[in-house]
Write a protein that binds this ligand. Structure first.
Ligand code: KG4
Ligand code: ZN
Length: 361
């Protein structure tokens, strides 16, 4: 009879290995790159808490005021941390590592989250993990995911500051294959909203009014840009000129046609995004595609994205709404993956406004 013989030492080693492999990994994460102060707690890839304090102060200025944003982060960060800990039902002793957004973003805002995370890591003697904000948006697809994307995976990341098509062959093997040459898609929404007299951030309001309008009523121009790159500044100028002309003829034009203008501009932005993305997905022969970033919350973009996935026979992945706009859950996700890889940051690293993917593998 074959039998497995273990001496007492091997039993101790085996037991230790089992305990090590089942010990949960708990990540505390901070995100403060723009105007949202966010703290999340993740255990083994599942979110225990995801708290975001949105700064209302910028509404009346038509955009984020950097100095006001960093002051608001300072006021919010401690209460948001306490709320996250309470929500998760854990204490700081239960944390295995602290992840934070190192860049890109507004420097004054990033510095608040980075300094706080570094100070806390020092006080608690826990490892630090520095995270790239855009990698966070992309890897948000893997949060709480039962049907995670498979590699190669092509992601369209659309936020207030970025518009990128990124090819992933693995979690940290990311290549930008196309990006905006000027304004980001979110800026196109926000600047259109400003022209129409709507408060910041305009994207959600344009989405709301567009639902009631005719998306084919006004024909805004489509840029002719090489390869898989984008441009939105021409569209912004076209909207500005169009509204100025119409308002000269009829000063009630915006009031009477708001829904149709929102629907038509939104339609153009969405078409620019999905047409380019479809070409890229076909060229790179991927079977899994994803949509990330704040603009991924847009209802027309979500349904157009799903439609192209059906058309080209790909599986579409779109994160839950709360993981699309800025949040710390996505930073915790990257932190968790880096922790498992054994990749840590250190106390000498500082926040940076501009940051390449390669600098934070
Ligand atoms: O990713 P995000 O929260 O912050 C940045 O990293 O920039 O994206 C913010 C952007 C803003 O431009 C906002 O107007 C846009 O996302 N946004 C939307 C919607 N919700 C947020 N744009 C269009 N439709 C939406 N429903
Ligand atoms: Zn973002």
């Amino acid at each position: 009879m074959n039998s497995l013989r273990l001496n007492s030492n091997s039993i101790i080693v085996c037991t230790f290995a089992v305990v090590m492999s089942i010990k949960p990994i708990t990540i505390l994460a901070f995100e403060s790159s723009c105007d949202d102060t966010a703290v999340a707690i993740m255990r083994n890839g599942k979110i225990l808490a995801n708290i975001v304090a949105t700064q209302k102060i910028h509404e009346k200025y038509g955009g984020v005021v950097p100095e006001l944003a960093s002051r608001a982060h300072q006021q919010n960060i401690v209460p948001v941390l306490h709320e996250a800990l309470n929500f998760a039902g854990i204490t700081l002793e239960n944390i295995d590592a602290i992840a934070y957004t190192r860049g890109p973003g507004l420097l004054g805002s990033l510095l608040v989250g980075a300094s706080f995370a570094k100070g806390l890591a020092l006080a608690l003697n826990k490892p630090l993990i520095d995270v790239h904000h855009m990698q966070g948006h992309i890897l948000s697809h893997f949060i709480d995911e039962t049907e995670a994307p498979e590699f190669p995976f092509l992601c369209l990341t659309v936020s207030g500051g970025h518009t990128q098509i990124v090819l992933l062959n693995d979690y940290f093997d990311m290549t930008i294959i196309g990006e905006t040459l000027d304004d980001a898609a979110g800026e196109a929404f926000d600047k259109t909203a400003k022209i129409l007299g709507l408060p910041y951030p305009g994207g959600p309001l344009i989405d709301k009014y567009a639902k009631l309008g005719d998306s084919l009523k006004y024909n805004f121009p489509r840029p002719k840009i090489e390869q898989y790159n984008f441009s939105f500044s021409g569209l912004k100028t076209a909207v500005l000129n169009f509204i100025n002309n119409e308002m000269q003829r009829d000063n009630q034009f915006i009031n009477n046609n708001l829904n149709d203008v929102c629907a038509s501009v939104q339609h153009r932005i969405v078409m620019i995004l999905v047409d380019k993305f479809e070409k890229a997905a076909l060229a790179y022969k991927v079977k899994h595609i994803g949509l990330a970033g704040g603009v991924a919350a847009n209802s027309a973009l979500r349904s157009a994205f799903q439609s192209i996935a059906n058309k080209i026979n790909c599986k579409a992945h779109i994160p839950a709404f709360e993981y699309c706009t800025d949040n710390a859950a996505m930073i915790a996700m990257v932190g968790y993956l880096k922790f498992k890889k054994g990749v840590f940051g250190n106390q000498t690293q500082t926040a940076v406004a501009r940051l390449d993917f390669d600098m934070l593998k």
